[in-house]
Write a protein that binds this ligand. Structure first.
Ligand code: ZN
Length: 350
């Protein structure tokens, strides 16, 4: 299906994306700044962090991956806005992933700023959790999904990954749907948009005509909607619902956490729904044609942008968990799919 394209607004960002360099710090209106923070070793290359200046308040959305280089980039960007990192009063992460919440702990220490997440967001592992048990459960689930023994070490979580998760900041504040971010002079409304993570949020700034979309809606790639264990029972169903919630208009400028700014939220939402529907249809075709008996077996018959064989380690894990989320979704739509997928256990909110 040919759907209308979105309208590019982040021209310098798109140019930088093509040239594989970091985009510039940009001022979006008087009180909003876009500051790219490097995301080392990842094809996304950077997280777009946003600084919003209110009356005595300075709030940072998605501080990015925790690294010394990232901190320097962030500090330089904040300096362009006439502030230092110690002037930050609040930090909001759209979701708990390390390339968003990562630097929050360090920034909170430096500035005393509060850290906020959506009230539905959950972390896979609390600092008090038993890492060995988590890793063992993870391997059992992946085996159940058909990940072969000789690929398990590559796909499963390891201690390093867990250490990253454990070091993430615990939030001081939980933001509820429809509430305003508590900062003087800012008018940032919270929209709870689960799917990419259990409690992802978007932030809408009507007065400036901006939507901060985190990873919920990106201009080019379709965000990963993975079945995580523990986690929500049907993340793809959640994602469709959340797309409906945020696709309410088409004129505002969308400020995503990766890639580049654009307008046309309504158009992009239509594309993302279409993309996921087509993916689910492909899963059904694979089931019909190949009679696979595991999630892994379905995944290896699906089309992948650089081919199944090119998928390794974390991207292979994402491919398998994304396939699992389609299986769960299709079952919820009444399709009889005889492939083992465990019922996700609810994760502990903290
Ligand atoms: Zn991200």
């Amino acid at each position: 299906m040919n759907l209308p394209p979105i309208t590019l607004t982040g021209h310098a960002q798109k140019e930088a994306w093509r040239n594989k360099v970091l985009p510039p710090v940009e001022r979006l209106g008087t009180e909003v700044w876009s500051i790219p923070v490097p995301f080392p070793g990842n094809p996304m290359r950077y997280t777009l962090s946003y600084l919003l200046l209110g009356d005595g308040d300075a709030v940072l959305i998605d501080p990015g991956w925790d690294s010394d280089a990232g901190l320097e980039h962030l500090a330089a960007g904040v300096r362009q806005a006439g502030l230092g990192l110690t002037d930050l009063t609040g930090i909001v992460a759209t979701h708990f992933h390390s390339d968003h919440l990562g630097m929050a702990a360090r920034l909170r220490k430096a500035s005393g700023a509060w850290v906020a997440l959506g009230d539905k967001e959950v972390r896979r592992l609390s600092a008090a959790g038993d890492p060995d048990l988590v890793l063992q459960n993870d391997r059992e689930e992946l085996t159940f999904w058909g990940v072969p023994a000789d690929r398990l070490a590559e796909v499963a979580m390891d201690h390093l990954h867990l250490a990253h998760l454990r070091n993430l900041a615990d939030p001081d504040l939980r933001l509820t749907d429809g509430s305003l971010v508590p900062a003087q002079g800012l008018n940032l409304q919270v929209v709870i948009t689960p799917g990419h993570s259990p409690g992802h949020i978007c932030l809408v700034d009507e007065s400036h005509g901006l939507i901060f979309s985190g990873d919920h809606v990106l201009p080019r790639i379709s965000p990963h909607i993975a079945l995580e264990l523990p986690g929500p029972a049907n993340p793809l169903a959640d994602y469709y619902e959340s797309l409906d919630l945020i696709g309410f208009e088409d004129e505002m400028e969308v400020c995503p956490a990766h890639e580049y700014r654009f307008s046309g939220m309504h158009r992009r939402v239509a594309q993302l729904i279409e993309h996921n529907r087509e993916r689910s249809a492909e899963v059904l075709r694979v089931l019909e044609a190949h009679r696979p008996d595991t999630v892994w077996d379905i995944a290896r018959h699906l089309t992948w942008s650089r081919g199944w064989e090119s998928l390794q380690a974390f991207s292979l894990r994402l491919a398998v968990s994304e396939t699992a989320s389609h299986v769960v979704y299709l079952r919820s739509q009444g399709h009889d799919i005889d492939v083992p997928v465990t019922e996700p256990r609810p994760a502990v909110l903290r």
